[in-house]
Ligand binder design. Sequence first.
Ligand code: NAD
Ligand code: IPM
Ligand code: MN
Length: 364
Amino acid sequence: MGTYRIAVLPGDGIGKEVTKGAVEILQAVATRFEHEFEFVYGLIGGDAIDRKGTPLPDETLDMCRQSDAVLLGAVGGPKWDQNPPHLRPEKGLLAIRKEMNLFANLRPVKFYDSLIDSSPLKEDVIKDVDLLIVRELTGGLYFGKPSGRRMEDGEEIVVDTLLYKREEIKRIITTAFELARKRKKKVTSVDKANVLESSRMWREIAEEVARDFPDVELEHMLVDNAAMQLIRNPKQFDVLVTENMFGDILSDEASMLTGSLGMLPSASLSTSGPSLYEPIHGSAPDIAGQNKANPIATILSSAMMLRLSFGLHLEAVAIEKAVQQVLASGYRTADVAKKGQRIVSTKEMVDEIKATILDDGAIL
Ligand code: NAD
Ligand code: IPM
Ligand code: MN
């Protein structure tokens, strides 16, 4: 029996619906395995802008730092899209990642047998896909300075900067190698070394790190080719490691190997202090508030939390198996339903996963 304090940041749009679902699942795990999870709630994103005038209030950050782990939904929405840069919901997400040193974003892409028909891709391409995207999360194009607009010689110019320190590249690549060592022992380092100097340094450091992992194979791949290879033959990959924005784009693409963006969880690990868990998808304004969102990405993120932050492996497996069983028994939210299949709501999906976890005979 353990006691854990979990900071929950629902954020905006479907962020609220999917975190509510994941908390219910964690509560079911607490009941079944006799743990105590204390949930504390904080504001982030558009909601925080509306109520506190800032996308990441200090009290939210303090609360997260004092917790054992953070569960986040999603931020953003059309309401705030015209706001100045510092008052955008997304700024809150970037700020919490930076402030908590959440440098390593793990985005596993795992195929579910029962969703074979949900992906637009062919069965032989996606069957048994099991890869991990390791996305650098606190540097690169998202954080480099200078960034902004200014007038130069009477002309308006705009600049974003892709900046990395050697150590930042080294630690994310090292993380990827460590993870690969526990998997299929292959790292694909994705870059744009034919054009970008930052990528040439990235490649050089990948070679250096690889020397400490003689049991792990390293390959380099240009990002445009990687985007294509993910669709052509995703089974060639084990661990992909890449710069912040490349990782953002490739992971949304890779989600379709599973059938939906609503299926991909993530863990953002810190150099020190608590880690943060969130689905890779956004606030989905097109379906927000309609009880339609797929809660599985967030539920699987909570399983990652149990395993990586609390070392609760059995409990994590219980969630993952329950998800697998519920999908196998035909439960489908709209995003993964095929024509003619019965569509369930967010709530029905959560209730069924919860019931499976609580049913002694159903799992383990
Ligand atoms: P999005 O991920 O919100 O949605 C893209 C598409 O996928 C939409 O059609 C949406 O309905 C669908 N979708 C996403 N998650 C789903 C789920 N769980 N179940 C079913 N369908 C799902 O991306 P977007 O539309 O480009 O962005 C909307 C807002 O979300 C923007 O403000 C953006 O900045 C923000 N965003 C936030 C995060 C985050 O908080 N981590 C991530 C991505 C986008
Ligand atoms: C994600 C999102 C964020 C990102 C945005 C909302 C800042 O797309 O978590 O993948 O680009 O990192
Ligand atoms: Mn994204």
